[in-house]
Every structure is written in structure tokens, then in C-alpha cells.
Design a protein around this ligand. Structure first.
Ligand SMILES: NC(=O)c1ccc[n+]([C@@H]2O[C@H](COP(=O)([O-])OP(=O)(O)OC[C@H]3O[C@@H](n4cnc5c(N)ncnc54)[C@H](O)[C@@H]3O)[C@@H](O)[C@H]2O)c1
Ligand SMILES: [Zn+2]
Length: 366
């Protein structure tokens, strides 16, 4: 197991990355010296695959494990299901020193983390992320929360985990489409922070897609390092942390305008990264042919690169104004200067965005 540290003063924690490490989780959690009562939160899909192994490991380490399951799906990432979860925690008499273990993808991690933030004004929680997206993105950084009918992720809290336990072997059961979607966030780290990593991804696509352990370990470690570094320097998104939203302004608009469900989040982000790279060239923020490079890598990993045909610019622009990341009325973007460097808060004339997104001006999809 390799450990990375997320430096956040008294809220610092480790990200432990390994292969086949689920059986060692119990000892690691005991190291946090909590009370013997513990909750294990998952969904039926992930529980069927890994629940018993995790439970047994925790039991062997001396914990009385209370299992809580929430149905599988983004539609259950709600206050209602958070409350049901809290009810289970109360019923099982978890106390202030208990730990909550979240086993699953970003949906379980976000909601269980939020429940941990709320329960008795906050108990410790451990992330055991089982999707690529959760391993490289959502489990690190302390953003927890749920969706509301009026917006995604609008209700939540900053609540840092006490440990992130990544077992790369869990990715073997992940549907390939989910794996590719996670790759969009990985590619994002290359574009915003690390040109060498971006090149690595281009050169090792075969190894990565075959889940070759060394390639995978490097990819997850480097992604976590970048996210950890950014979060350590700007936990509450006062500035720097915004670079993590590269590709997300247009990505979110695509998700909203296509009515969540057509695209996975990562797929929409892939489209957003390509569109925003093109925008960077259009407004001359880009100092090199960044769009071409981003698009090639996105396509190499089987991700969509173009805004879908028939999706009107008007619908996308409207969706962007509703985006909490858009400053009041103004169009601001995170734009790449070159691969490895982005600038935040770049003002872009609305007409340039409109021109980019207008069906007529889009290049035909391959
Ligand atoms: N907190 C943050 O900083 C942050 C960042 C990015 C995304 N998110 C959130 O993350 C969520 C998306 O997360 P996700 O992409 O992991 O989706 P998810 O949690 O819905 O998981 C995707 C699917 O894969 C299944 N699954 C999980 N692990 C598996 C495995 N090892 N084998 C087989 N199937 C498995 C799940 O049951 C689910 O059906 C969104 O709600 C998003 O808002 C949060
Ligand atoms: Zn994202």
C-alpha cells in the first residue's frame, strides 16, 4: 500500500492506494482508534461484489458492523435517502467516536460523507471508492452532498474523510463505459496541471485500458496527487480549486440540456474539455494548438469530443446561466493556455460562446 498525504492542518488524511487491499481495511480503520460500533454504507450492486469482504475485514478488526444500503443510482442521492441513512445510524446506536465507511462510487461517497457531516454534528468517515471517478476525484477533497430538484449537488457540506482506501482491483468489475467516464477526469488533470502526465496517458492507452496494474497505479496516484495538492492549497474553492472545473461549465450544460441520463458525467466533461479548448483558441488565450491535443486524447479513450448534433446553442446557454459556477450574467471560463496550464475566470464574450456552440459552426462528428 502506497500512502499519499492530503495536507489540511488538523484535517489532514492519507490516501492509501494498493491492489487487493480490501482485506486489510479493518486494521487501517482500527488505527483511527474509534469506538467499536461502525457503519458500512453501500448500494446493492457494490455490496454484492465487495460487501462481505469489507465487512469481514472490519469484523476481524473487532468492529460491530452495521450495514446500511441505499438503492443504486444518482436519483437516490437525495435528502430523503440521507435522512433514511441517519435513521439507520441512530437505530444502530452509533456514537460520536464511531466511523462511517462508504463503499462505492461517487454517489455513495457523496451521500455517506454528507450523512457523516450531519450525524451528531459530524463523525469521522472513511472512503472506499470503487469507481475510477471516485478513486481519482470524488473521494478526495471533502465535498459531500446531495441533489435537490432545483439543482445537482446544491445541498452539502465540506467534510473531509479521515482516510481514503483505494483498492485498484475493484476496477476490474467496473463496466467499461464507467471506466472511460472516469478517464475524462484523469485527462483533465493532465490538461490543468501536468503535461508529462498528459503525454503518459497518450503513450500508455493500451496498458491503461487493459487495467495493467502498474499503469493503473501510476494514473490513480498522479491524479490523487494533483487533486490533493490543489485541495490543500484551496480547500474551500476561493481561487485555485476552480481549475478542477475545467471542462465542467460546458459539460454541465450538456448534462442539463440533454436531461441527465443521456451522458455520464465524465462523458459530458470530455465534450466540455474539447469545447472549452476550442474556445481558448477562439479568444486567443491558448498559446498552442491545445484543442487538437485534447480532442485526440479524449477520442483515444473512447470518449465523445463533440457537442451532440441537434442540441441547440440556446439550450446550452440557458443551462449555463443556471450553473452555480457561472458568475452573474457574465461568461467566465477556465481556459487552457497550453496542455498543463489553465487560467481561471477568463472573460469570454457571450457571442464567442454562442458561435462555438451553434450547430452550424460545429465540425461534423466523426
Ligand atoms: N465530491 C466530489 O468532489 C465529486 C466529484 C466528482 C463527482 N462527484 C459525484 O460523484 C457521482 C458520480 O460518481 P460515479 O461516477 O462513481 O457514479 P456511481 O457512484 O453512480 O457509480 C456508477 C455505477 O457503478 C457501480 N459500481 C461502483 N463500483 C463498482 C465496481 N467496482 N464494479 C461494478 N460496478 C460498480 C455503481 O453501483 C453505479 O451503478 C455524482 O453524484 C457526482 O456528483 C462528486
Ligand atoms: Zn467532474
Amino acid at each position: 500500500v502506497e500512502r499519499l498525504r492530503v495536507e489540511l492542518a488538523d484535517r489532514s488524511y492519507d490516501i492509501a492506494i494498493g491492489t487487493g487491499t480490501l482485506d486489510a481495511l479493518g486494521d487501517a480503520v482500527r488505527g483511527l482508534s474509534p469506538s467499536p460500533r461502525l457503519a458500512l454504507v453501500s448500494n446493492p450492486t457494490v455490496h454484492a461484489l465487495y460487501g462481505p469482504r469489507v465487512r469481514d475485514s472490519l469484523t476481524r478488526a473487532g468492529f460491530a458492523v452495521h450495514e446500511v444500503t441505499v438503492p443504486d443510482g444518482e436519483q437516490y442521492k437525495t435528502l430523503l435517502w440521507t435522512e433514511k441513512m441517519l435513521t439507520e445510524l441512530l437505530r444502530s446506536r452509533l456514537d460520536r467516536r464511531s466511523v462511517l465507511v462508504a463503499l462505492g462510487g461517487g454517489v455513495i461517497g457523496d451521500m455517506a460523507g454528507f450523512a457523516a457531516a450531519l450525524y451528531m454534528r459530524g463523525i469521522r468517515f472513511v472512503q472506499v471508492p470503487t469507481t475510477l471517478l471516485a478513486q481519482v476525484d470524488s473521494s478526495v477533497g471533502g465535498k459531500t452532498g446531495v441533489n435537490h430538484p432545483l439543482g445537482k449537488n446544491m445541498i452539502g457540506a465540506f467534510w473531509q474523510p479521515s482516510l481514503v482506501w483505494v483498492d485498484l482491483e475493484t476496477l476490474r468489475s467496473l463496466p467499461p463505459r464507467q471506466f472511460r467516464a472516469g478517464m475524462a477526469e484523469v485527462i483533465k488533470y493532465g490538461v490543468i496541471r501536468d503535461e508529462a502526465f498528459f503525454r503518459f496517458l497518450g503513450e500508455h492507452e493500451k496498458d491503461v485500458s487493459a487495467l495493467e496494474p502498474e499503469a493503473l497505479a501510476h494514473l490513480v496516484r498522479r491524479s490523487c496527487e494533483i487533486k490533493a495538492e490543489v485541495v490543500s492549497r484551496d480547500e474551500r474553492e476561493a481561487g485555485l480549486r476552480a481549475i478542477l472545473n475545467y471542462g465542467h461549465t460546458i459539460g454541465h450544460a450538456v448534462e442539463t440540456a440533454t436531461g441527465y441520463g443521456a451522458y455520464l458525467h465524465g462523458e459530458a466533461v470530455a465534450i466540455g474539455m474539447c469545447a472549452e479548448a476550442r474556445l481558448a483558441e477562439a479568444v486567443k488565450v491558448a498559446a498552442e494548438k491545445v484543442h487538437e491535443r485534447v480532442r485526440r486524447l479524449v477520442e483515444l479513450y473512447g470518449l465523445p469530443a463533440e457537442v451532440p448534433e441537434g442540441l441547440e446553442a440556446a439550450a446550452l446557454l440557458e443551462a449555463m446561466h443556471l450553473d452555480k459556477k457561472a458568475l452573474s450574467g457574465e461568461m467566465r471560463f477556465i481556459l487552457p493556455v497550453r496542455v498543463g496550464t489553465v487560467r481561471v475566470n477568463e472573460p469570454v464574450p457571450a457571442e464567442a460562446v454562442q458561435a462555438l456552440l451553434s450547430t452550424g459552426s460545429r465540425p461534423p462528428s466523426p
